[in-house]
Structure formats: C-alpha cells, structure tokens
Design a protein around this ligand. Structure first.
Ligand SMILES: [Zn+2]
Length: 201
C-alpha cells in the first residue's frame, strides 16, 4: 500500500532526504498488527511532472516481515497513479474551474506550455465526478462554504484547507483519491467511492 510521506521542500531535497532508510522508517505496519518497525526494501521509480521538474523520482519502500506486504512512502506532492504533481493539477483546476480561464490559459497557469487539451479535460472530468464526495469528505476540515455547486464547493474547500493537506486527509484517513481511483486499482482493495471516515487497512 501507499502511505504519504509528509515532506515539505523541493524535489531535490526530497531525493536527498529519502536516501537514508532510517529517517522515515514506519515504526509499525499499517496493514497488519505487527508492532515492530518495517524493514527497508529499496525503492521504486516513478515519473513526476511538477512546475520546473519533469523526470523520475525514487519512492522509498518498506517491508513488513510479518505480513510480507510492502508499504511505500509516496511524497505528498505526488498523487498515486498520476504522473502530474498535485501542484500542477491543482493550479490547472483552479484556473479553469474557479477562475474560468480557457484550457490553454489554465495549462499555462500550471506551467504546462505544450499540454494536450485532452489531458486537462481528463482531470476536469475526474474532478467533477469526485466533487460531491469531496465536498462531504472535506467538511470536517473546512469552514462551511457557500457555493453554487459541488465543484465550486470542493474547490473552495481545497483552497481553504490546502490541497496537500486535503490530499493527505483523503488518502490517509479515507483511502480516497482526489481524482478518484481508476478501475484497474479496484481489485487491490481500494474503495471506488468515499465512505464514512473509518481508518482502513
Ligand atoms: Zn504487516
């Protein structure tokens, strides 16, 4: 499973910080009852696009000796299964859906100068679908907002709570994804829809 690594800093600083397996080693397994610290289990590599960065980052992986499952420490500026960082996607969505910019201008606002418009439409479609559930899920964190629809309400909540804080809450507390889990991850036990705030394994 993926858990979020609460990291603040540049991608270069992140790369340095995770080279030490001791530093962020989870002291217990989030997937079973093992109370002993997990064992360093190398890295996996994934691509990431952030304003000013496009390349491969390493993600630290740990192994539970009891249940033999791995836990990876995804940096919280990244979203599971999506190549683009939370910063890029949030800048785009705010520019397009909150400020009403064109697709091209919204891509520019997210520092994506040559982005195919279909990519932005894909993010918008997924966010629209998730918005009603997000507005409910984020309610404990955000002040009450009045907005004409769920999309505007979810955006206003994420803007006030902070996108990273919102993403952290959704993923760690609800195993929920800001843009929804894709179908291909469903067999791995992820919920496709948001449910009440119960910690899951
Ligand atoms: Zn375990």
């Amino acid at each position: 499973m993926q858990i979020l690594h609460p990291f603040v800093g540049s991608i270069q600083q992140y790369a340095e910080a995770i080279s030490d397996p001791e530093r962020y080693r989870p002291d217990h397994c989030p997937q079973c009852d093992a109370k002993q610290p997990l064992t360093g289990h190398g890295f996996y590599r994934r691509t990431l696009v952030d304003p000013g960065f496009e390349g491969v980052i390493r993600v630290r992986r740990y192994l539970c000796r009891l249940c033999k499952r791995t836990v990876s420490l995804l940096p919280e500026f990244a979203l599971p299964w999506l190549r683009f960082s939370l910063t890029v996607i949030s800048l785009f969505l705010v520019a397009r859906l909150l400020q009403g910019l064109t697709l091209a201008a919204a891509a520019l606002a997210a520092s994506q100068t040559a982005m195919p418009y279909q990519r932005g439409q894909f993010w918008i479609r997924r966010f629209r679908r998730q918005a009603p559930a997000l507005a409910v899920a984020l309610a404990p964190l955000a002040a009450r907002v009045t907005a004409p629809d769920f999309v505007a309400r979810a955006l206003a909540m994420l803007e006030s709570v902070g996108w990273i804080a919102g993403h952290r809450f959704l993923l760690s507390e609800l195993r929920a994804h800001l843009l929804g889990w894709p179908r291909f991850l469903v067999p791995h036990g992820r919920r496709t829809t948001l449910a009440p705030a119960l910690p899951t394994t």
